[in-house]
Design a protein around this ligand. Structure first.
Ligand SMILES: [Zn+2]
Length: 969
């Protein structure tokens, strides 16, 4: 093995200072063209309410009509009465309204103490800004309170936003329910209101519903009243003061379970139909995590109840409405038969939504520009809560993989944006529910946790929550609270100065460590851009000239010091410009006492930065991986792979180093580094699609994972591996893994090992390992014979279904479709949607796309999932792109505003790699002036396609040579 490594090492160039080549000329032209279409930088808050009137409380009555079985006629009636406080004397009252039929004649303004109130002269609707401006004959006066009331009605559509209906099957019957999704700016389409987070108020909700259904809202029901005609009024208790986008109502049938926490909070989990078993995991995990958060924040959950309800049609995975978390149905699982991935996913989601009850609900961002204060914290704390409940899941190793590395991807683009981002209109707000607001924000919060230390960090959060409870805050309020706690501990630090460099400018740094001489290393920083050829449109500027305050940490081969804390940090500051500085010589001397010593930076990847080294150091790290990779912890093996591939793409490193970094994977038996390697396998596989060396690359991957596949599918004696191509033998071996209880194995695997096996089996089948394909086909066939009783290991279902459909015929596809239609399990439905996308038949895929859009058999909330599943296979990308562009008007009408639509565009365009595809996307972009909340993602797509084109142009020969050295060509 070492000989192979040294053979490859001969391919390495000397030194790795800028390796950059010429950028293809066609792309240079395009970068400047693209810059002209970028939206201007804006701190424009012109769409915000004028602020002269504030709401104190709302009385709201909602009466949905969803009972006649004819959804085209579904509507709701509404009444709202708002107590207003006048902050500045004014001749108008301005509220948000969208798509409501307001009854002008019922509109009233009164003075709260029966004093004189002005008369309404005119009502003007600004539909673009979604405002209703009520013009008055006399002023409303500063310091006075008024009541505004009005009746209205609206259509109840199934657009998944505002107040909308869902459809579901119950036995042979089609049934309907109504529920809300008001974030970010859809409260205005349910009741006239001050629809911005800073306008917090109490909400007194009343729902008039049929006696056949029940209603839920943020608070418990205070009073129920029979109002005749088989109708009941539910009067809910007044909410604490809160933002309008956190209000929620669900009207429909439900089944559920409940329990009371030690803090006397009634906790319930509900589903609309099916087995309440599915609600247990959410209930038990939710109660434990909620209780833990109460202690963590030093602030008891302030509401008397917490409901979690799954609704059939839901655009996101979960919504944190205060006291009434709504999630999609696949988020309620039967824990005992769900895959390991799904268990983790659901635990994180529930923990995320519960964290929001404090971060986002109790303290809300003052304006959407600080959305990350809500989403970044919920993301980070979601992992903290899950980690608390399931410590054996090694959540924070996975955090590096799923959160830090994902955030690196998007934030390496010039079309990224700062964490703290100016937004004004609704589309711009919807646009920023992305990896920067969630994953980058969570990553930098973890970095703050590290450099302040756990105690200061936690007490700082407690101070922030107490100081701003039931109010709003900005990022500066957070920095101040953390700083005050740090100062109390005698720590001299300026949190704001550090964190402004991470939140007010986009992208992130790469830290370069270079062995200077025998006495030390020198460190420098520079901005990392995934593609050095793309020109920054300068939509966002940087006050810090793209330099950061970096909490740098490192260890060496001798030290192997991986358990570091804040006292080990060396600050690489933004003020050090173009100047290298020396770190303590003692480390350097240690590092040079024996041959092939290495240094490794960014311990546990606590810092949001990549690390580059001189070539000698890279060679030593690679040698370590080849000789004994376990010396370096799994999370750092993942880091080495991810950094080297990204640096090579950015022309900061020889691609051969990146290629060698995944060569040792043949012996890797841990999930985190394996998963990062799999990402690179898939990236290159897509890039090489339709080229002469694709088969060689796939053969190489199979050779890399075959032994792990064999080990993970060994029989329970531990000695006999699946080594031959005999179908029968392979089936028997895999059977023992796939069907617990078959054979004698009783070993309970850890979640993370099950994830590894699932990933290896998925790669094996995808890249053509015959044992894997044949076994999958066989198991699927067995399932087709006895769909009711035959059980397939939940961790391997996804691969087995997809492989069987991919290598099967019409009957496998049809079976999957019928199972999708009949399955009662949402997670099973998702697996089947994915499986159908695996068929190689372009004709079937065309039909599948049409079925996804017409929604007769495929639900509206599944449509975009189908597009993404199909487009994730290189051969199908163009088919999906053509379908989406042809049907854009309908798709845009149905899904504009949904973060899922942006994700779909990203998935469909991600792998594009030809000039023709770039032309197509640019033409589409320029011919559609209004792309709603997909505008940014289209810009990002053009940047990524240019990157792919350049990558293949520049690296093809290197890959070819590499495969030749390894004798795959
Ligand atoms: Zn969230």
């Amino acid at each position: 093995m070492l000989m192979v490594l040294f053979g490859i090492c001969l391919l390495l160039t000397d030194g790795n200072a800028r390796l950059g080549s010429k950028c293809p000329s066609e792309l240079r032209r395009r970068t400047s063209v693209l810059a002209t279409r970028s939206s201007p930088t804006t701190s424009d808050t012109g769409n915000k309410l004028p602020g002269h009137i504030k709401p104190i409380y709302y009385d709201i009555i909602l009466k949905p009509y969803i009972y006649n079985g004819q959804p085209s006629t579904f509507t709701f009636d509404g009444y709202v009465k708002i107590k207003l406080r006048c902050m500045e004397t004014s001749m108008n009252i301005t509220l948000h309204v969208n798509n409501l039929m307001i009854s002008r004649k019922t509109m009233q303004i009164t003075e709260s103490n029966n004093g004189t109130a002005p008369t309404i002269m005119d009502v003007v609707y600004d539909t673009k800004r979604q405002l209703m401006i009520i013009k008055l004959d006399d002023a409303v006066y500063k310091g006075f309170d008024y009541f505004f009331s009005v009746r209205y009605s609206a259509k109840l559509s199934n657009n998944l936003f505002g107040f909308y209906y869902s459809k579901y099957e119950y036995g042979n019957e089609t049934r309907y329910m109504a529920s809300t999704q008001l974030e970010p700016a859809f409260a205005r389409s349910v009741f006239p209101c001050f629809d911005e987070p800073e306008y917090k108020a109490h909400f007194n909700m009343t729902v008039i519903r049929s006696t056949n259904v029940t209603a839920l809202s943020n608070m418990p029901i205070e009073l129920q009243m029979d109002v005749g005609d088989n109708l009941v009024s539910d009067f809910f208790e007044s909410t604490p003061i809160m933002s309008p986008h956190l209000l929620a109502v669900v009207v429909g049938e439900k089944e559920g379970i409940e329990a009371v926490t030690p803090d006397n909070v009634t906790f319930s989990a509900w589903i609309t139909r099916g087995s309440v078993d599915k609600a247990k995991f959410a209930l038990i995990a939710g109660m434990a995590i909620s209780n833990y958060f109460g202690r963590y924040f030093g602030f008891k959950y302030p509401l008397p109840k917490q409901d979690i309800i799954a609704v059939p049609d839901f655009d996101a995975q979960g919504m944190e409405n205060w006291g009434l978390i709504i999630c999609s149905e696949d988020m309620l699982i039967n824990h005992s038969i769900a895959s390991s991935e799904m268990q983790q996913h659901v635990a994180i989601l529930i923990s995320h939504e519960l964290a929001h009850q404090w971060f986002g609900n109790l303290v809300t961002m003052n304006w959407w520009t600080d959305l990350w204060l809500s989403e970044g914290f919920a993301e980070f704390l979601g992992w903290i809560g899950t980690s608390y409940l399931f410590p054996e899941w090694k959540m924070f190793d996975q955090f590096v993989l799923d959160i830090v590395h994902s955030a690196f991807e998007m934030d390496g683009l010039t079309t990224s944006h700062p964490v703290n981002v100016p937004v004004s209109n609704v589309d711009q707000i919807s646009d920023i529910f992305d990896d920067i607001s969630y994953k980058k924000a969570a990553s930098i919060i973890r970095m703050v946790n590290f450099f302040l230390g756990e105690n200061i960090f936690r007490r700082g959060l407690q101070r922030y929550l107490k100081g701003h409870a039931f109010g709003t805050a900005t990022h500066d309020d957070l920095w101040l609270a953390l700083n005050e706690e740090a100062n109390l501990e005698g720590k001299n630090i300026n949190v704001k100065e550090i964190m402004d460099t991470w939140t007010l400018q986009m992208n992130y740094p790469v830290v370069k460590i270079k062995r200077q001489d025998t006495s030390g290393f020198v460190i420098s920083q520079r901005r990392f851009l995934k593609d050095p050829c793309v020109r920054d449109s300068r939509k966002y500027s940087s006050d810090f000239k793209y330099r950061w305050e970096i909490p740098f940490t490192f260890t060496t081969k001798e030290e192997l010091y991986f358990n570091q804390d804040h006292s080990d940090i060396i600050w690489v500051t933004k003020k050090i410009r173009n100047k290298l500085f020396r770190i303590k010589a003692v480390y350097a001397q240690k590092s040079n006492t024996t041959s092939c010593n290495w240094i490794l930076g960014n311990i546990q990847q606590y810092g949001f930065y990549r690390v580059n080294y001189d070539t000698e150091n890279w060679k030593c790290l690679l040698l370590q991986l080849e000789t004994n990779h376990t010396v370096i912890p799994a999370v750092h093996r993942a880091q080495i792979i991810d950094d080297s591939w990204s640096l090579a793409s950015a022309d900061m490193l020889d691609l051969n180093i990146a290629l060698i970094s995944i060569h040792y994977i043949i012996r890797e038996m841990e999930y985190i580094p394996y998963k990062v390697a799999q990402k690179q396998f898939d990236f290159v596989d897509n890039i090489l699609y339709n080229t002469a060396i694709i088969t060689a690359w796939q053969d190489y991957i199979v050779s890399q994972i075959k032994s792990s596949f064999n080990v993970l599918t060994k029989d329970n004696s531990g000695s006999s591996h699946v080594r031959n191509h005999c179908l029968r033998a392979a089936v028997v071996q895999l059977f023992r893994i796939i069907m617990p209880g078959f054979g004698k194995s009783t070993i309970k695997e850890k979640n993370i090992d099950r994830l590894l096996r699932s990933s290896i089996v998925s790669t094996a089948c995808k890249y053509g390992l015959q044992e894997c394909i044949l076994t999958s086909k066989y198991l699927f066939k067995m399932w087709m014979k006895d769909p009711e009783n035959y059980r397939i290991d939940p961790d391997l279902k996804s691969t087995i279904y997809c492989t069987a459909v991919k290598h099967g015929k019409m009957k496998e596809y049809k079976f999957a479709f019928n199972q999708y239609k009949s399955s009662k399990s949402e997670s099973e439905k998702n697996l089947l949607l994915n499986a159908m996308a695996c068929t190689k038949s372009q004709w079937l895929l065309g039909r599948y796309l049409s079925a996804a859009l017409d929604n007769r058999h495929i639900r509206k909330s599944d449509t975009l999932k189908v597009f993404m599943h199909i487009a994730s296979i290189s051969a199908n990308r163009n088919l999906v792109w053509e379908f989406i562009t042809k049907n854009w008007d309908q798709i845009f009408k149905n899904y504009n505003g949904s973060p899922m639509l942006a994700k779909t565009i990203s998935t469909v365009t991600n792998g594009m790699k030809t000039i023709r595809e770039l032309d197509d996307v640019e033409d589409f972009l320029f011919s559609h002036p209004d792309l709603g909340n997909t505008e940014t993602v289209f810009h990002q797509a053009t940047e990524k396609i240019q990157f792919n084109i350049r990558w293949i142009h520049y690296h093809y020969e290197t890959l070819e040579k590499y495969l030749k050295v390894l004798k795959f060509l």
